[in-house]
Design a protein around this ligand. Structure first.
Ligand code: CTP
Ligand code: MG
Length: 256
């Protein structure tokens, strides 16, 4: 059984769009929907958990009910940090210890089926696996005053993305321990690494960007044409209805 948890409960502050960025459209299709459709058309995926802010849960349920072709899913409320959102998602998943859970940022709609499948395969082999790309830039380690302390060897540096996948038992233990010890990590694997468990890097591609700042929307628009051949089709009238729902939700009130 493979379950995917999609953290989507952020506020998209760096996007400065006055709304949660995952509801912004790229080529007419909301980012969250693009991500869910990409996974839904991937054979190995059994079920999905969409984690959104508590004030978005009902709205997202209404929205997703209109979409044909989604894998079985549930919508649960997230928390104030990504890690708490993922934790709520994990806790909502029943199953066996050796089931696989993938975590994928809702804001990464351009992930490929190949990366998803490679990650699942590596989780089966190693217990934990994360999508990543070789660092393109030289990275410096600096002190708090901006003085350079060290230059790590670039050939050892990977920029990590999602999906990040783990055996259910390992992920549960990692998240429980982090909570108990008040540890807040910047990705899922860092919590698993603290347990001393192995995590395998899976080579991904540079298209799997996280839509974060306004220029990412422009970059995303450049990817759309090739993307749309990969996604299952949604009737245009359904898309119009969904965009209207989103507009209504976010008008003036910032969605709350
Ligand atoms: N996320 C979440 N719960 C939070 C914070 C973030 O589920 N409390 C999700 C976001 O919705 C996003 C993913 O985690 O899909 C990656 O986070 P990020 O890119 O930082 O998104 P935001 O937190 O929304 O953006 P920002 O940090 O600019 O406010
Ligand atoms: Mg954030």
């Amino acid at each position: 059984m493979v379950t995917v948890i999609f953290p989507a409960a952020g506020q998209g502050k760096r996007m400065q769009a006055g709304m949660n960025k995952v509801f912004m459209s790229l080529g007419g299709i909301p980012i969250l929907l693009r991500t869910l459709l990409k996974y839904s058309s991937c054979g190995e995926i059994d079920q999905m958990v969409v984690v959104v802010a508590d004030y978005e849960v009902e709205f997202v349920r209404t929205m997703l009910k209109k979409v044909p072709g989604l894998k079985p899913y549930k919508v649960v409320a997230g928390g104030s940090e990504r890690q708490y959102s993922v934790l709520n998602g994990i806790r909502s998943v029943q199953g066996r210890d050796d089931d696989i859970i993938l975590v994928h940022d809702a804001a990464r709609p351009f992930v490929s089926h190949k990366v998803i499948l490679d990650t699942i395969y590596a989780v089966k082999q190693f217990g934990g696996a994360i999508a990543a790309v070789p660092a393109k830039n030289t990275i410096k380690i600096c002190d708090p005053y901006g003085m350079v302390e060290d230059t790590p060897d670039r050939s050892c540096l990977w920029e990590v993305q999602t999906p990040q996948g783990f055996q259910r038992e390992i992920l549960l233990e990692a998240y429980d321990q982090a909570l108990a010890e008040g540890f807040l990590g910047t990705d899922d694997a860092s919590l698993v690494e603290r347990l001393g468990r192995s995590v395998r890097v899976v080579e991904s591609d540079y298209k799997n960007i996280k839509i974060t700042t306004p220029e990412d929307i422009l970059i995303g628009e450049a990817f759309i044409q090739a993307e749309d051949e990969l996604l299952p089709e949604i009737p245009p009238e359904v898309l119009t209805e969904i965009r209207e729902l989103i507009q209504e939700k976010w008008q003036g009130s910032e969605g709350r």
